[in-house]
Design a protein around this ligand. Structure first.
Ligand code: 5GP
Ligand code: ZN
Length: 115
């Protein structure tokens, strides 16, 4: 996707503070952190949101949830204390960047319900 900011980050056309990367996934620090630790985990391939995932993405999303998120949480030292994982999807959830991304937030006590 030509005008997608997260595709550009994945291709290193835009700089980001990368905390993890492999063939299919990149994780980088959010530009406007909402917690002491705030990382975005994205598939390198362009997928707009959860709504556009297909059965071909099962391994990719499984990889993000079973391997990447716990690994990054551990490296950020928030695995034990706890953290929040958020995927804003669509307008009501205020998804601003239309490239699927998983927010990983930690390092402070979260509140519930979210705003
Ligand atoms: P959303 O509201 O779509 O769930 O979250 C988008 C997130 O991307 C926001 O937290 C915002 O701060 C972050 N963001 C937007 N543009 C950039 C950017 O160019 N670089 C980085 N690192 N984060 C960005
Ligand atoms: Zn994209």
């Amino acid at each position: 996707m030509e005008d997608c900011i997260f595709c550009k980050i994945a291709k290193k056309e835009i700089e980001s503070k990368t905390v993890y990367e492999d063939d299919t996934v990149i994780a980088f620090r959010d530009l406007s952190p909402q917690a002491p630790e705030h990382v975005l985990v994205i598939p390198k391939k362009h997928v707009k949101s959860i709504n556009e995932l297909t059965s071909e993405d099962t391994a990719l999303m499984g990889h993000i949830f079973t391997e990447v998120l716990p690994k990054v949480a551990k490296e950020l030292n928030i695995a034990e204390g706890g953290y929040r994982v958020v995927i804003n999807t669509g307008e009501d959830a205020q998804q601003t960047v239309k490239h699927l991304h998983v927010h990983l937030l930690g390092g402070r006590k979260m509140t519930w319900p979210p705003g």
